[in-house]
Write a protein that binds this ligand. Structure first.
Ligand code: F6R
Length: 369
């Protein structure tokens, strides 16, 4: 049932282009109109939302962090993202015009379920983004958008994450469109870009051999750091989480702009630091800043592992290892930039003799608080 792969995780990484394509299929038209799977709120209630709050755990939380950039940029609706386990304990401000988005692969995560119950008790509307038909979280929500990743067996989430991102982009487009924002052309451009993204993920997957080789060479390291900016920051957090849970190594993700506020003190000779570089087009200011971050850490001896867009030559002189990803619009870059980090963690864990599908101390769905 692993279809010839050594692990479910490898199989699920390989299934990502299909998972992404299936999640988009038939969901959205050229105008950005989205069809949700189950809707128990009126379109006007959804349209009138004046605040979005995303609740989720772990990898799904990282999808939420990325979604915030897209939702605020495309819809201008303020969006907060919160760990589901923290949410209800801080007396959050919620009312019927708050749209809460609960993201969960399993649909059974207790922390996320308790957060959504709390939100509904306060009168907020809840939209679930979920991979498991008929599970508790979608059943208890006001609207549901299913990700079509297919069953995810490996404990570490891979294809579900990419499809959660796609679902979040779809919701963002829908909210933008239904509020009649003036960006018809931009919606069409994003829909077109999304329709190409499965191909870009496929392309990344064909270039992973050097990443595997690099991962094996780092198997005796104690720590790996991950840096990113903008949507690359949650990607860095996700890269670090994958490495912790699979390789049992110390790994941390930082916002690259925070380096000088503390973490740069950690940099020492030969410390592997993975840097997710934003596109040099569009947000070129951020790109230039991250290039100087790479220079700074390299000058202090770090071994720089740089994930950068095809054709980005400015980073090349400072990269000890350069991992290329296809050109995508900035907001969609996480869909391609995460893939090498999954492969990296999986290979490193395997090189350390770990069981990648069943990491120690972890369960696929966490049904206790
Ligand atoms: C990490 C991982 C976990 C889950 C988290 C939420 O690889 O799998 O961090 O993402 O436990 O699970 P769901 O999405 O089922 O609510």
């Amino acid at each position: 049932e692993k279809g010839g792969y050594a692990s479910f995780m490898l199989k699920e990484i390989a299934e990502q282009p299909k998972a992404v394509a299936d999640t988009l299929l038939g969901r959205i038209d050229a105008e950005g109109r989205l069809s949700l799977d189950e809707v128990r709120i009126s379109p006007s209630e959804l349209r009138e939302a004046d605040k979005v709050v995303i609740v989720a755990c772990g990898t799904a939380f990282h999808a939420g962090l990325i979604a915030k950039y897209a939702i605020e940029h495309w819809t201008r609706i303020p969006c907060e993202v919160e760990l589901a386990s923290e949410f209800r304990y801080r007396d959050p401000i919620l009312d019927p015009r708050t749209l809460v988005i609960a993201i969960s692969q399993s649909g059974e995560t207790m922390d996320t379920l308790m957060a959504l119950r709390h939100a509904r008790e306060q009168g907020a509307k809840v939209l679930a983004i979920c991979n498991t038909n008929g599970s508790t979280i979608p059943r208890e929500s006001d609207a549901v958008l299913y990700t079509h990743a297919g069953p995810e067996v490996a404990v570490a989430s891979t294809k579900a994450f990419l499809t959660q991102l796609v679902a979040c982009y779809l919701v963002a487009l829908y909210l933008g469109q239904s509020r009649g924002t003036k960006w018809g052309d931009e919606v069409r451009a994003v829909v077109r870009d999304l329709s190409r993204i499965a191909g870009a993920v496929e392309e990344v997957l064909t270039t992973m051999e050097p990443v595997r080789e690099l991962a094996r060479s780092l198997k005796d390291k104690k720590t790996v750091l991950f840096l990113g900016r903008h949507v690359g920051y949650p990607v860095a957090l996700e890269g670090a989480l994958k490495l912790k849970e699979l390789a049992y190594m110390h790994a941390e993700g930082f916002a690259a702009g925070e380096l000088k506020h503390g973490p740069i003190a950690l940099i020492e000779e030969d410390l592997p630091v993975v840097v997710v570089v934003p596109s040099p087009r569009g947000r070129s200011v951020l790109h230039d800043k991250i290039v100087s971050n790479i220079q700074e850490i390299r000058a202090r001896g770090a071994r720089t592992i740089v994930i950068a867009e095809e054709g980005d030559e400015a980073v090349a002189p400072y990269a000890d290892h350069l991992i290329r990803v296809p050109v995508t619009p900035t907001l969609l870059q996480p869909l391609v930039a995460t893939v090498p980090l999954q492969v990296f963690a999986c290979e490193l864990a395997t090189a350390r003799g770990n069981e990648v599908d069943q990491p120690r101390n972890l369960a696929k769905s966490v049904t206790v608080e």
